[in-house]
Design a protein around this ligand. Structure first.
Ligand SMILES: [Ca+2]
Length: 241
């Protein structure tokens, strides 16, 4: 059953080569057969995307020359270096840069992920979660400016806030382009006691209107955090204690 579903997904993934919609923008569609192995073919863990060195790891940061990593909560719970990474849905994209683990540093091309597709005709913005430094976003080979959009509260005490950014994509609306994210900060790395961290990209979406996060979601998150904090306090037995 899972293989049938994967075949259907693979067929759908072939469409963007002909100018279809961007797919797998939240990195939620890996081949389920590839999950569990530290390395896999890039097409199977990240359908739709081309990646640096054509290699993607699964919850794996042990790569000398940089690596794109599909991570999930299993990896966050097992790997100290992944524990604080922001994650939307089941999966997110992590990028370990080059050179941080080589000495002297070897200046290789910056890690990237890219995908060809058509920007929706009514799109004004491309919004995404990002953690890192010196990210370059380009559409059709042209570098696009991006800026902080909003902070979204989460229900995760380890990562209480997700930082979202926005690109104005109106100049490319309705056009088929290569969308590319290039992670250029080599000093950004996985060692927890060094400055920096793993680059993270997740939850990309085009929108006609930059919508704010629903207020009810923010209130629910605050209530949940308050409830968790209260549950971690010792229970009071009464005013005379
Ligand atoms: Ca995701």
């Amino acid at each position: 059953m899972m293989q049938v579903a994967w075949k259907a997904l693979t067929l759908a993934a072939a469409l963007p080569a002909f100018g279809g919609e961007f797919i797998n923008l939240g990195f939620e569609d890996p081949d389920p057969r590839a999950i569990g192995y530290p390395y896999a073919n890039e097409k199977s863990l990240l359908p739709g995307w081309d990646t640096y060195f054509d290699v993607v790891g699964y919850n794996n940061l042990t790569q000398v020359f940089g690596l794109t990593v599909l991570f999930d909560d299993i990896g966050r719970s097992r790997n100290y270096d992944l524990k604080d990474l922001p994650l939307v849905g089941q999966f997110g994209l992590g990028v370990v840069p080059d050179a941080a683990r080589t000495y002297p540093p070897i200046q290789l091309p910056a890690p990237y992920v890219q995908q060809r597709g058509t920007v929706p005709a009514d799109a004004k913005g491309l919004f995404f979660l990002w953690q890192g430094e010196d990210l370059r976003v380009s559409l059709g080979g042209q570098q696009a400016a991006f800026s902080p959009w909003e902070q979204r509260l989460t229900a995760d005490p380890r990562v209480p806030v997700h930082n979202y950014y926005a690109v104005n994509v109106e100049p490319w609306a309705g056009q088929e382009v290569m969308l590319r994210f290039e992670f250029r900060a080599f000093e950004y790395h996985a060692f927890p006691d060094w400055p920096g961290h793993v680059h993270v990209l997740d939850d990309l979406h085009f929108s006609a209107i930059p919508e704010p996060a629903p207020r009810w979601l923010l209130l629910a998150s605050l209530w949940w955090l308050a409830w968790r904090c209260r549950r971690t306090q010792p229970w009071s037995t009464g005013p005379d204690r």
